[in-house]
Design a protein around this ligand. Sequence first.
Ligand code: NG1
Ligand code: ZN
Length: 562
Amino acid sequence: MKEEQSSLLLKSSSLFPPPQGVKLSYGTAGFRADASILKSAVYRVGILAALRSLKTQSVVGVMITASHNKVTDNGVKIVDPSGGMLSQEWEPFADQLVNAQTPETLLSIIRECVEKEKIPFDGVQSAEILLGRDTRPSGESLLEAAKHGISSIFGAIALDLGILTTPQLHWMVHARNKGMKATEPAYFEQISSSFRCLIDLIPNGTKVNKLDNRVVVDGADGVGGEKLLVLKNILTDLVNEVRNSGKDGGLLNDGVGADYVQKEKVVPRGFGSNDVGKRCASLDGDADRLVYFSVPSNSSSKIDLVDGDKMLSLFALFIKEQLNILTREGNKKSNNNFQAHLGVVQTAYANGASTDYLKQLGLEVIFTPTGVKHLHEKAAQFDIGIYFEANGHGTILFSESFLSWLEARNNELALVSEGSEQQKAALRLLSVSKLINQAVGDALSCLLLVEAILQHMDWSIHKWNELYQDLPSRQLKVKVVDRTAVVTTNAETVAVTPPGIQEAIDAETAKYPRGRCFIRPSGTEDVVRVYAEASTQEGADSLANSVAKLVDQFLGSGSSAR
Ligand code: NG1
Ligand code: ZN
C-alpha cells in the first residue's frame, strides 16, 4: 500500500472514532444499533465496500437501514455485485474492521485484508459503490460517513442514489453489473410491465380488480409507503389506498408494518373494524418484507394473518401449475424437454402446517438458519427455488439454464402453436422471472405477484388463506445479559448451549399436543427469541411463556417482553 494511501486512511479514520465499550457484529443483516453510535461503523463499511468493489472489479452497494427496528436505530449492510448479500466469507473482515479500536489497528486490518484477498490496490484500478438509505432521519449523516469511508480509498467513487427501498438498491447493483439501466424508473418499468403481462395472460377472466376489491396497504410509515405511491400512479388499478405512507407524520414502525402485524397478529395503526372483509397488506420499514391480512367480522383489532409461508405456498402452487401445463401430454412431442427441479426453502419459524402442505404438493422442502443469505444460497441450487421467511421476506430464483430453456421453448411454441396454453404458461413463467426481484426479497414486486396470481385464480384473500390452516403459534423475545450464550444447531432447532437448556425445552414441549419450540439469539436485536407452536393458541402461549422463563433462568437477569 502506498504511503499516501496509508496516511489518508489514518487521517480520515481519526475523524470517526469508534464508540467505547461497544462490540458490533455483522449479524443476520449487517450492523444495527442505536443510530447515535453508528457513524464510525458506517464509515468503515464504506472502506470495506470499496475494497470489495476493487476485489470483484464490479459495482457494489451500501444500504443504510434498520428495516423493521425502531426509528432511532439504524444499520448498514453491503450489497455484493450479484445484487445479493455480502459474501459470508467477508463478514469476519467486516467485524474486525468495525471493531478496531485505533486508526493504526484499522490500517493493519485493511493491509491484511488486501494481502489475503490479493486485492488490486495500486490506485490505478477503480471502484464504484452505489449508496442508498431509508427514510430514517439519521440516514443522511450516516450516508455522509459512508462517503468519507469510500473516498479514503484511492480510485473509489460513491454514487448517492438517495432514498430507496433495500430491494431497489439490490436490484440496481445487479442491473448495473449486467450493463442494464440502474435507475428507479427502470425498476418500476420492469416490475409494472411484467405485472401487466401476467394480467393479460389471465384465462378469459376479469382483467383488472374491481374498484372496490383492490388491496389496501400499510406502508409502515417508511420508504415503502412513499414508493408504493409512485407505483400506484403507474398501475392505477392496483392499489385502493396506501395508509401510513410516511407522508402524514406517523412514526416509522411504530405500531405499523409487516413485523408488527406478523408478530403481534393485530391490525396496524389506521386499520380497524371499517376494514372488515378487505384485502390488506403491510410492508416493513425498508420494504423487503410483505404480509397480507384481513380483519374478521367479529373483531376490531385481531386479524387473520396471511404470512410469508402462505405467500410461498401461493407462488409454489402457481408455478407448479404452469410447469405442469408446459410439460403435459401433447407437449412431450417436443425434442426440447426439461424436467425443472422446483424446490422450496424455509426456516424453523415456518408454520408446521405450511411445511406439511408444501410436502403434500410433492415439493422438496429444505430448512436453513434464519437470515435470507442462508435461504437464498439454498434456493439457488434449484432450477426454480422459492424461499420465504414466515415474516414475509423471500423471493423466487430461476437458474440461468432454466431461463434459457424457457426462452427457447417459448420461441419454439410461438412458431408451432402461438397463443396455446403451453405458450401462455411459458410466457407466465418468463413474466414471473422478470417481475420478481431475484436479487433479494422485495415487498413491492411480491405484492404485484400476489395480486396477479389472485386475479389469475379468481381468489379472494379468504380463499387463499384457506389453502391450509396455520397451527397456533407465539413468538416472544427475552432480554438477557449475553445472548451469544445461546448457540444452536440443526437449522436453529436445537440449543447446544447453555448446557441443559435443550433438555428442559424438550420436557416442556412434550406436554403439548403438536408442540414445537425453539430458541435462538437474534442477529438484529439484543434479545433471545422464543418460538412455540401447539394445537391450541392457549397451548402455544403457555409453551412460549414457560420457555421464556427457562431462558431467564439459564441466562440470567432480564425481563421478557413481547
Ligand atoms: P433476527 O433478529 O436475527 O431474528 C430478523 C428476522 C429475520 C430476518 C432479519 C433481517 C424473525 C424471527 N427474524 O432477524 O427473519 O428477516 O431480521 O431483517 O423474523
Ligand atoms: Zn426489512
